[in-house]
Design a protein around this ligand. Structure first.
Ligand SMILES: [Zn+2]
Length: 168
């Protein structure tokens, strides 16, 4: 996990795969959490899932400005209310999709010291948690788009990829 990290973008297979549960958080995982926070801040993101940087583990970091959260094996155990709002994603640059999510949630998981943790998350924090847990399940915001928009988005992505191939 010590290799240079980069954020994988749309159509990278690692983004569509379900991530694996962690049995134990050791030094290596703690160092990886720190690298994830660094890359999230560098990219001006408010959340990052491990598979976005190519690591197939249930780990995510969040920072909406109220303190850094590092959590492994996160599970949403309660949901209430519905709010529809536009969202972006570090793995889908320049794309915004309206996503309907729960307004209030409770998330359970373990922290970087292997302790059980629980978060009562509301509004933006609840939205970011749901977005990142989706990532860990191989789900992207494009999956919430209406089918006609999905087709257009996929065409755009394949054009961008061909262009990138030509340039490299
Ligand atoms: Zn995302």
């Amino acid at each position: 996990m010590s290799k240079e990290l980069k954020i994988y973008t749309y159509a990278s297979p690692v983004l569509k795969k379900k991530t694996e549960c962690l049995q134990f958080i050791g030094e290596e995982e703690r160092a990886f959490f720190s690298s994830m926070v660094e890359i999230m801040h560098k990219a001006n993101g408010v959340g990052l899932a491990a598979n976005q940087v190519g690591v197939n583990k249930q780990m995510l970091v969040i920072d909406i400005g109220t303190g850094i959260i590092k959590i492994a094996n996160p599970k949403i155990i309660k949901k209430a209310g519905r709010v529809s709002q536009e969202e972006g994603c570090l793995s889908l640059p320049d794309i915004v999709v309206k996503v309907c999510r729960a307004k209030d949630i409770v998330v359970a998981g373990i922290n970087e010291h292997n302790q059980s943790v629980k978060f009562d998350a509301h509004d933006l924090l609840a939205r970011v948690f749901q977005h990142e847990v989706d990532h860990l399940n191989g789900k992207l915001i494009i999956d919430y788009a209406p089918w006609h928009r999905k087709l257009l988005l996929k065409a755009d992505f394949s054009k961008a990829r061909k262009k990138a191939l030509r340039l490299n």
